[in-house]
Design a protein around this ligand. Sequence first.
Ligand SMILES: [Zn+2]
Ligand SMILES: [Zn+2]
Length: 403
Amino acid sequence: MRLVACPQCDTLHERVELTARARASCVCCGAILYRRGVLDLNGWTAMSLATLAVFVIAQGFPIASLSLQGREVSVAYWQALLYIWDQGDWLLSIMTGLFGFWFPLFKIILTLWAVRCISTGRIPGDFTIGMRLLHAITPWSMAPVLVLAIFVAVVKFAGMASLTVEPGMVGLVALSFFLTGLGRLDAHELWSLAERAGLVEASGAHGHGLACHSCGCVQGAPVDGHCHRCGARLHRRRVNVSARVWALVIAASVVYIPANVLPVMRIQSVLGTSDHTILGGVIELWRLGSWDLAVIVFVASVVVPITKLLALAVLMLFRRPRGARLQRQRTRMYELVEFIGQWSMLDVFVVILMGAMANFPGLMRILPGLGALSFGAVVVLTMWAAMSYDPRLGWDRLRGSER
Ligand SMILES: [Zn+2]
Ligand SMILES: [Zn+2]
């Protein structure tokens, strides 16, 4: 019997084979445990190869070219990263480089490699390391956010210079769809495929009581405190949840102030120099007539971070168990916080893209401001805070109070 533990409430379930396009939900909290898509192993191999090809087009070709008074600049995303690095904004370049380029690339390569290992029936020794890495980088791979940022940058440039769309942009739009599709095959799903092929030990074969967060394997307490299937550190519940979440929530709230007050970018043109804050950018988009993008940027940059911080504070403050129905709502709230996590990175991507594209010495330059870096820090801190929270603790308390 293969077991699955619900990541939100830790209820154990027997894993059953689903029909295509079906999904299994937790009987206790309603969280989705696993799904069954339409692709088999060969299908997933083709999908990962196609995603890799689309990645090469998206990242290798220029995204757009901008022309101003006879001069033209066209940049690919990697060139934008190098440009920001050369300007001395190393932290910003590293952050956007990891989230927009390296992590999506690693995700594709690791998935492709794992699918190949499983379909050839040979699981190498470093499969465990690869899958732990895949599990760790997945929440930080932000290609769809980057695509939305490009649209915002294009609209903002509309009033300043003439812009032509290049193949890289089409590639990036395609990449975000492909990566979303490939995201269905996460580390837990890959382990489950290997299990089904009889290549690794089945979840639940060695007792139960603990579930590995990294590979999903249900097992009894191991002697050395590490998962005996993938080697990740095991803990029944996350430790120091309260102190860690509060520290991160407070730190994020503090950094949120400079992120909004300080300019995210400075535009130098023949008409003079102007500083732009996050809210200023939203108003500007509205004035340009793109009220839809203005709403998206407002939601991503203002509503999402505040919602995340408030939701985490509410989850931490009102912990007294008040019945299964409310506990289920709290679980949905936490899932929302996890889901919206990366979208606030939008404005940071917009700033570095605009900075790299509007490189017309003497005519116009756009420099990233300290606000952009602070905003990036807010996103990282809130995502980290959400990851430090353990939704299972609430269910433990509820079960304890019902006893
Ligand atoms: Zn559950
Ligand atoms: Zn494990």
